[in-house]
Design a binder for this molecule. Sequence first.
Ligand code: AMP
Ligand code: ZN
Length: 133
Amino acid sequence: MNDCIFCKIASGEIPCMKVYEDNRTLAFMDIAKDVDGHILVVPKKHFKNVLDCDEETLYAVMKTVKTVSNHLTEQCGYDGVNLLNASDESAGQSVPHLHIHIIPRKRNDGIDAWPRFEGAREDIQTVFEKVKM
Ligand code: AMP
Ligand code: ZN
């Protein structure tokens, strides 16, 4: 994907604050400045999101998510992490290259990283019949 910003970061064409790298994946600071330690983990190969990503690449991404998360909690003074992903524009995805957000957390840090849902609109049994596999 020539015009993909995260492909350009992965290839080094655009600079990033690199936190971790291996053969298949890259972790770098999110530039949003919205919360301390906001990190993105991406595959170096282009996939739009979780829905089109092959399992091997997804495994590599999640392995890096774990490596970075363990580093944050074991070496950097954090207690936990929120992991966030938007797959598709309908879910709020703004950059169309697969990425997992890591939000480092400390006990009682006051950060609200969990969506406030407004309540289910459909009957749970009806939805269950639709989604069960
Ligand atoms: P999403 O809305 O889940 O697709 O998240 C996209 C994220 O990419 C946002 O949090 C942006 O702040 C972040 N972002 C966009 N451009 C860059 C960039 N050049 N370097 C680091 N993070 C970026
Ligand atoms: Zn890309």
